[in-house]
Design a protein around this ligand. Sequence first.
Ligand code: ATP
Length: 436
Amino acid sequence: MTNNLTDKIVSLAKRRGFIFPGSEIYGGLAGTWDYGPVGALLKKNLKDLWWENMVERRDDIVGIDAAIMMNPKAWEASGHLKAFADPLVECKICHQRIRADKEEEIKNHEKIHKDKKADWTEPRQFNLLVKAYLGVVEGEQSEIFLRGEITNGVHVNFKNVLDSTRVKIPFGVAQIGKAFRNEITPGNFTFRSREFEQMEVQFYIRPDEKEGEKWFEYWKNNRMDWYLSLGMRKENLRFRDHAKTERAHYAIDATDIEYNAPWGWQEFMGIHNRGDWDLSRHQKFSGVDMGYRDPETDEKYIPWDIETSAGVDRSILFLLIDAYREEGERIYLKLDAKLAPYKAAVFPLLANKPELVNSAKKIYDDLRKKFMVAYDDRGNIGKRYYSQDEIGTPYCLTVDFRTLEDNTLTVRDRDTTKQERIKISGLIDWLNGKIQ
Ligand code: ATP
């Protein structure tokens, strides 16, 4: 597969209703994307699987849903206001941003790309946070920021979560939600957007180096295994440990999980040992005690945070790229059945035979109570297979004349194109078994 794979994905995404350019009829809005009917299903499935894995199946993580708009002091505390207020230039090769006045750093950075010609954007007074104005009276509105990452909403609720639940260290707080960044150079389809979604767990632990190392390793492996469990190809995933020099000053350890994208290895999630940076800063700026008293030892401390931060949109993009297959004329998405927008599609062999249509509709109505399923009676069977293949539907179920005699139907497998006959009475159990 070639470098135009991204173009093929962009075209498939538009053609079949995964992802459309934002505000397209008005010429678009750079860095924004709209998920279409099947894209919204795929995204929902991914987030549901994540939530199930992180919150529903664990005793040590609870979930929250914090506001996008926060008191601006929260961004002062987290360092976002200061860190993003300098004039920055951005390397057009790797998007690293450097303060325009740091000549030495710029020169050193160019050495990293020694085989390519260095190219920088014009310096800009650059605030990554997106501003908004709140209040009804013009001129008396207060300036706020749309959150640049979803982390802050979790840390500011640390005490609320402690006081309202029975969690004990070590425990995590999970959240999924939108974040906004004034990216200088959005691009590579949804990879770098200005509005995107994140899924994160802040996992609070005892402030101890060994404990930090243990949980950092745990979360690295746990997250890699999760992406593998979604069917991503192992050879397309890798860890990239951050060197000490590229980490934020408070970060004790940092690793990205990268995907082998058509434009090179790219980060789509990070695991960070953030120490007590966030809680200490919020304690300092808010004056609220963020200490935790260990119920067993009575020791009081500010916990450390091991963060796992994944991009929903980058995960979707790389899942699509990873699943894309071409076999001669046939294009199909080899999406794991758990993720596939539709688990099955039901067809009557012929649309003009009421007995076939009635039987197919009845099967469709029974199945849709349990699964997301599609129904299609347009064109010929070949065309219907083609369109379901392109959206990754794992099974196509065809009702034919034999169905009327023996209550069986044909199941056609997306990946092998093999067909078998199964009994309608066992269909729900059969499909359930296939999407575990
Ligand atoms: P990059 O270096 O690519 O700008 P980052 O290191 O700033 O990313 P984080 O702040 O660690 O990213 O955010 C965690 C995750 O959020 C990323 O791994 C990515 O999946 C997602 N993310 C961050 N910025 C964007 C963006 N502009 N568009 C889409 N997803 C993003």
